[in-house]
Design a protein around this ligand. Structure first.
Ligand code: HEC
Length: 265
């Protein structure tokens, strides 16, 4: 006799096997795509942060400082005349809301020791000096045993920088008395002297990618369950029910012929 249960069971088993075999493959592919997209998002946000910092520098250097100098002459006050002071202050305020993003305004021979480049940052500054057409570089870096995304831009000198960065004798007195006569002097115009860098821990993107993967896998399992249910119902109504009817009819026929009372006579 036709085994109705085994057909349903076989389809259910087949789908379950397909589910478990496809699960790691679909999971790995989904994780790859998610991680790639999220990495791109993080890079984009880091770039946005970096461009904001660069804009702060330009706004202070090209608009605020010349305007203030009209009133103050040769006197100097970093609070409204230093681009690096302004950018650092804005970054510190932003850091309170976005603690994962760190900003560095690094130089090989800094005026403010806080801006001293480490060995990785030195390499970035030297890279920009050798590749003058490169306006931005990005990648991954291990720092203090943690992995970070970084995005970096070069800082190039102009003739307007020379009043404070060429000869100590030409610089405002206040600069010498606060920072001394050696740091960040001796620069020429059109020279790469520093780099602006934003770091973001990759852990952040990995956590986002993992959460998105979990939601995706739950949806995948739910879709499989729905398909399993639909196929099961389809097998019952399209195959099992008609076969049952046929078997019953055949059974009746057999009984009639056994009693020698053909229903067709
Ligand atoms: C009016 C004076 C003045 C001018 C003009 C000036 N700077 Fe500076 N610069 C400073 C001072 C002061 C600091 C240190 C501020 C701080 O505490 O971060 C500084 C710091 C920097 C730093 C951070 C690294 C370090 O040495 O601490 C860079 C990079 C820099 N300047 C580049 C430039 C460039 C490029 C220009 C021209 C586009 C320029 N500066 C024009 C006064 C000036």
């Amino acid at each position: 006799m036709f085994n109705t249960m085994s057909l349903q069971l076989r389809f259910a088993l087949l789908l379950t096997v397909i589910f478990f075999v496809s699960l790691p493959l679909v999971g790995a592919a989904a994780y790859y795509v998610l991680q790639k997209n999220i990495n791109e998002d993080v890079f984009e946000q880091a770039e946005f942060f970096l461009n904001t910092m660069e804009s702060v520098r330009h706004q202070v250097g090209k608009v605020m400082r010349p305007a203030v100098q009209k009133y103050m002459g040769t006197r100097f006050d970093a609070r409204f005349m230093s681009t690096s002071f302004a950018a650092r202050g804005v970054a510190e305020r932003l850091n309170k809301k976005f603690p994962d993003y760190s900003f560095r305004h690094t130089s090989l021979n800094p005026r403010n020791p806080i801006n001293q480049a480490d060995s990785f940052e030195k390499d970035i500054i030297l890279f920009f000096s050798k590749n003058r057409e490169t306006k931005e570089t990005k990648g991954f870096i291990m720092r203090d045993k943690a992995e970070f995304f970084y995005v970096a831009k070069p800082v190039v000198t102009e003739s307007s920088c020379m009043q404070c960065h060429s000869l100590p004798g030409n610089a405002p007195r206040e600069i010498i008395s606060v920072y001394g006569p050696t740091a960040a002097f001796g620069w020429q115009p059109d020279q790469v002297v520093a780099a602006l860098i934003v770091y973001v821990p990759t852990k952040l993107a990995k956590t986002h990618a993992f959460k998105a993967l979990l939601t995706f896998m739950l949806l995948y399992a739910a879709v499989f369950l729905v398909i399993l249910y639909i196929i099961d119902r389809a097998i019952v109504s399209a195959i099992i029910k008609p076969i049952k009817k046929l078997t019953e009819a055949a059974e009746e026929l057999r009984e009639y012929s056994a009693n020698d009372q053909s229903p067709f006579s």
